[in-house]
Design a protein around this ligand. Structure first.
Ligand SMILES: CC(=O)N[C@H]1[C@@H](OP(=O)(O)OP(=O)(O)OC[C@H]2O[C@@H](n3ccc(=O)[nH]c3=O)[C@H](O)[C@@H]2O)O[C@H](CO)[C@@H](O)[C@@H]1O
Ligand SMILES: C=C(OP(=O)(O)O)C(=O)O
Length: 467
């Protein structure tokens, strides 16, 4: 099944050349703004699908082939977590082969789980496959308390014993057959992670599980499709009621991950902010409905070239609007920060209300440093449009904040220097290469002594003169 070039994941799932490893926190991204972009962007596989689908492979005791896997720090970490459980992974470009026929450990390492939220979701498949799982409380972006009570309550409803001691969640099954039992579960909030954890757990449970008030995000439906392709019986994924009839085992699969709607939205914003015309593909337009509705609202024109290709047309100015982040199909919280960057340049006042996470406005002081006029009141950001942004040294506080600073920098006068790139590298495959291909002027530098080049780098004919 694998060719000569396949390598173990721990060495092979390397980051793109232009990006640092998460440990290289000293590197910074310099962006010289106000360069119009043009051309085409290839959208990568969805990070949040890839992560949970890799986790879902734990359910299967035969080979899983996963395609369109983005090369991201988070994906590397997730591979390392599975490897620590004794799972074999090999990767060739964007194809990842996972052989979880033999799971030798049921405890996930803290150093890895503490780095990304999705790693906690292994608790569902591990428990279903092995009857026991020990998983540290997860990390991920610091955007709120992010408890795991809904995951735990759901697993308990399915008959698991769950204890939390010294920061480790220990879940186990007792009884003769050590199988989870189907249950009726109502989620107090349509949590993406809890829906995914419980849906995976239920695929191998005894009997039928119903998850009410389930998350409807496309990544949940993608996971369900992956599980179904392995023989799981799941109905209703993508709606608020998911019904899973447990089966005794799952079989081999070859599955391709959906395009990343958040990456696509971020490139649309980069185009809008620089008043450029760019095309994106592949995309699934339905996954971008709320974002496109807001873009249209403020006067940005986006057209479909074909069912999977979108084109943003240049607009000279745009209006303000109000946004409330909500679970899907509402406006995605993961687009809140980059959309705020766009609204800093709109005509008039906008209000963004972040309702999903209680602490996801860390980018506001950084955007203000670039000349934006934003005030925060509780979970609301009041954005007064300004005529221009100006480049400044800024720090990315989380993954989507880093994207917000990149798109703001592309539109700002002069040079922006962004620190905290380990956040960016978690979630955007080849971002710098993709932007350079569109004509953006940017470079990553590793050493503080490199920080002050007078002019942007000249890139193989694509850049003409310094900003
Ligand atoms: C890896 C991954 O897929 N991450 C995504 C996932 O995160 P994640 O799965 O962590 O997000 P959730 O949907 O679970 O969280 C939404 C809200 O529910 C709360 N909550 C969640 C679980 C729980 O047991 N108890 C509880 O109170 C959270 O604190 C938060 O306020 O969905 C978020 C919401 O679309 C996205 O921003 C993240 O990019
Ligand atoms: C918040 C995110 O990721 P995580 O849930 O892993 O922190 C994100 O993708 O924006």
């Amino acid at each position: 099944m694998l060719n000569q070039e396949d390598k173990p994941i721990t060495s092979a799932l390397s980051l793109p050349n232009s990006q640092s490893s998460p440990e290289e926190t000293s590197s910074v991204l310099q962006i010289w703004g106000k360069t119009p972009l043009s051309g085409h962007v290839n959208i990568s596989g969805a990070k949040n699908s890839a992560l949970v689908i890799i986790v879902g492979a734990l359910l299967c005791s035969q080979d899983c082939r996963i395609r369109n896997v983005p090369l991201l720090a988070d994906v590397t970490r997730m591979g390392e977590i599975l490897a620590a459980l004794g799972v074999k992974l090999t990767q060739n470009a964007d194809v990842l082969d996972i052989d979880a026929s033999h799971i030798s450990h049921t405890k996930a390492p803290y150093e890895l789980v503490s780095q990304l939220r999705a790693s906690f979701f292994i608790i569902g498949p591990l428990l279903a496959r092995m009857g026991v799982a020990r998983v540290p409380l997860p990390g991920g972006c610091s955007i709120g308390a992010r408890p795991v009570d809904l995951h735990v309550r759901g697993l308990r409803a399915m008959g698991a014993h769950v204890q939390i001691d010294h920061g480790i969640v220990h879940a186990y099954l007792t009884g003769a057959n050590k199988r989870l039992q189907g249950a009726k579960i109502y989620l107090d909030y349509p949590s993406v992670g809890a829906t995914e954890t419980l849906m995976m757990a239920a695929t191998l449970a005894d009997g039928e599980t119903t998850i009410e008030n389930a998350a409807q995000e496309p990544e949940v439906a993608d996971l369900a499709n992956f599980c179904r392709a392995m023989g799981a019986k799941i109905r209703g994924a993508g709606t608020n009621t998911i019904v899973i009839s447990g089966v005794s085992s799952l079989h081999s699969v070859d599955y391709s991950i959906i395009p990343d709607r958040i990456e696509a939205g971020t490139f649309l914003l980069a185009g809008a902010m620089t008043r450029s015309e760019i095309t994106l593909s592949p995309i699934i337009p339905d996954h971008l409905t709320a974002v496109l509705a807001k873009m249209r609202d403020i006067g940005i024109r986006v057209v479909m070239d074909s069912p999977k290709q979108m084109r943003i047309l240049p607009s000279q100015s745009y209006r303000s609007t109000d946004i409330e982040t909500l679970p899907y199909p509402g406006f995605p919280t993961d687009m809140q920060a980059p959309f705020m960057s766009l609204l800093t340049l709109a005509q008039g006042d906008s209000v963004i209300s972040e309702t999903v996470f209680e602490n996801r406005l860390g980018h506001v002081p950084e955007l203000n440093r670039m000349g934006a006029d934003i005030r925060v009141k509780g979970n609301h950001a009041i954005i007064r449009g300004v005529a221009m942004l100006s480049g400044a040294p800024v720090v990315a506080t989380d993954l989507r904040a880093s994207a917000a600073l990149v798109v703001a920098a592309l539109a700002a006068e002069g040079k922006t220097t962004i620190q905290g790139l380990h956040h960016l590298d978690r979630g955007y495959e080849h971002l710098e290469l993709k932007l350079k291909k569109l004509g953006a002027k940017l470079q990553r530098v590793q050493e503080p002594s490199d920080l002050e080049p007078a002019t942007p780098p000249i890139e193989s004919g694509s850049l003409s003169s310094p900003a």
